[in-house]
Ligand binder design. Structure first.
Ligand SMILES: [Zn+2]
Length: 109
């Protein structure tokens, strides 16, 4: 029996994660950040972003070992989802003043 032991492409990994993410958080898949860089990488580097109506956005990602199968992904998915939801939620919990500061980078006191 083979078939369930096939490894995944970046796009498949990203699609699986995107499907598992809760819809109401507003996390968007970001693709094409590192085109061509993943040919001999050891991890799938998938990125997501959240944004606010004030125009601020926050980019974050997760690395998934290149030899993970769809079954492996299903097993670690709760952890992956938590890793992505946490920063998204904390971004959204910030005020737009704080978002503005993030956009401008760290400021001296
Ligand atoms: Zn904002």
């Amino acid at each position: 029996m083979q078939g369930s032991s096939q490894t995944l492409t970046d796009i498949e990994v990203q699609a699986l994660i995107a499907e598992a993410l809760p819809n109401d958080i507003g996390i968007t898949s970001v693709t094409g950040l590192s085109p061509g860089a993943s040919t001999d990488a050891e991890t799938h580097d998938v990125h997501f972003s959240v944004s606010c109506q004030c125009g601020a956005s926050f980019l974050f990602g997760v690395e998934v070992s290149i030899d993970k199968t769809a079954e492996d992904m299903a097993a670690v998915m709760p952890t992956v989802v938590r890793e992505l939801v946490n920063p998204a939620v904390s971004f959204q919990a910030k005020t737009c003043e704080e978002h503005m500061m993030m956009r401008m980078g760290p400021t001296a006191d």
